[in-house]
Design a protein around this ligand. Structure first.
Ligand code: XUL
Ligand code: CO
Length: 443
């Protein structure tokens, strides 16, 4: 495999860097809303949105589903083993360049195949990482985060840090140790609790498993300190799939876990839209929960299908969701070192290479539009003023006493006795939704 083969490998000749052409454009290979250099609220769109391509869906997945084998037409799949890994790497950076994305993300096993032993696996990983560093240097594209795949191999059948088998715990620790070393060199680190959960309590010591998970994460923190890794650790809530009961079910559950075990100063959350809806929440709900606890770290930007009960990882095109997500992100003061990572895959029937471009363009435009609308909503204080007005009774009299911690059940009882007539006001939900529509349509 050599660079010179790439033209044929890549088979997207004639397609140049995707450009911003504006909302009148009918060119499917152009951005209509994402204008990277445009400044919104003092920051470029590129800096607000911090887009990232997910290696596993874009370079590694082949369209396999429960009923059928791969459908994706990828010229690089004619290679195998380490040659395939090298080919994917080269294609990856060509795609990043075409899409003008500043970041990417990967699992250790996305970028290099497992060897016979952990030593061999790490050696193979190192070969690819060396090359990756070169591509990163040449292109300026950075790693948003890397993570350990501790769910695919049969050894993880009972989980990784929560496995009932201590040898698996040790193996997982070795894998994450390597992941932190990688992150120290290249960028950041994230933990998605792949199979950290259980299917039945009949064989499960839940307390022990949670204790193990916490000590695993503490060991990661200790090791990071030891080697001087200062990047942000993230955990990614998900309610189900693969296990029936994932321990990181949603943002609130994950925050309770982090606080219970003294990990909340070391970890933030990576909120994924499809995981939110699987948990029975909206995307914006999960972002809000993480934000108000000061724990919103990064975002997996995708969407689910409300008719299906599993993680479909679709590219985000729902403008309500992207707008309300950007609203939370702007209110958070941005994502800091995090970004919008397209943990999203083209549909099995979208098997041509161009579909990867169309999908990312659709996602980037949807978030760019969401950013524009959310910024104007905040600037015009559309919801803020309504909310302020709605809670105004807490700014004076008995309400102020409650807010300032000066009230107690005696003073409140006395007040209630004296004020038997309560006048509530409408929440005006429909009117507010119409305002949101107005802003979405205007921009
Ligand atoms: C799985 C998922 C993962 C994580 C990284 O549902 O979202 O791809 O984002 O392991
Ligand atoms: Co994810």
């Amino acid at each position: 495999m050599a660079k010179s083969n790439m033209k044929t490998l890549y088979s997207l000749e004639g397609i140049g860097k995707i450009q911003y052409e504006g909302k009148q454009s009918k060119n499917p290979l152009a951005f209509q809303y994402y204008n990277p250099s445009e400044v919104i609220g003092g920051k470029t769109m590129k800096d607000h949105l911090r887009f990232s391509v997910a290696y596993w869906h874009t370079l590694t997945a082949d369209g396999t589903d429960m009923f059928g084998t791969g459908t994706m037409q990828r010229a690089w799949d004619s290679y195998s083993g380490m040659d395939l890994a090298k080919a994917r790497l080269e294609v990856a950076f060509q795609l990043f360049d075409l899409l003008d994305v500043p970041y990417f993300s990967f699992h250790d096993r996305d970028i290099a195949p497992e060897g016979e032993t952990l030593q061999e696996t790490n050696q193979q990983l190192d070969i690819i990482l060396e090359r990756m560093k070169e591509y990163m240097k040449q292109s300026g594209v950075k790693l948003l985060w890397n993570t350990a795949n501790m769910f695919k191999h049969p050894r993880f059948v009972h989980g990784a840090a929560t496995s009932c088998h201590a040898d698996v715990f040790a193996y997982a620790a070795a894998q994450v140790k390597k992941g932190i070393e990688t992150a120290k060199e290249l960028g950041a680190d994230v933990f998605w609790g792949g199979r950290e959960g259980y299917d039945t309590l009949l064989n499960t010591d839940m307390k022990r498993e949670l204790d193990h998970m916490a000590s695993f994460l503490h060991m990661a923190v200790d090791y990071a300190k030891e080697i001087g890794y200062t990047g942000q650790f993230l955990i990614e809530p998900k309610p189900k799939e693969p296990t029936t009961h994932q321990y990181d079910t949603d943002a609130a559950t994950s925050i309770a876990f982090l606080k219970q075990y003294g990990l909340d100063t070391h970890f933030k959350l990576n909120i994924e839209a499809n995981h939110a809806t699987l948990a029975g929440h909206t995307f914006e709900h999960e972002l809000r929960v993480a934000r108000i606890h000061g724990l919103l770290g990064s975002v997996d930007a995708n969407q689910g299908n409300s008719l299906l009960g599993w993680d479909t990882d679709e590219f985000p095109t729902d403008l309500y969701a992207t707008t309300l997500a950007m609203y939370e992100i702007l209110q958070n003061g941005g994502l800091g070192a995090g970004g919008l990572n397209f943990d999203a895959k083209v549909r099995r029937a979208s098997f041509e290479l161009e579909d990867i471009l169309y999908a990312h363009i659709a996602g980037m435009d949807a978030f760019a539009k969401g950013l524009r609308v959310a910024h104007r909503l905040i600037e015009d204080r559309v919801f803020e003023d309504v909310i302020k007005h709605r809670y105004r009774s807490f700014s004076e009299g008995i309400g102020r006493d409650i807010s300032e911690g000066k009230a107690n059940f005696h003073t409140l009882e006395e007040y209630a006795m004296k004020h038997p007539l309560i006048r509530n006001e409408s929440g005006r939900e429909e009117q507010l939704k119409a305002r949101l529509n107005q802003y979405l349509l205007e921009d």
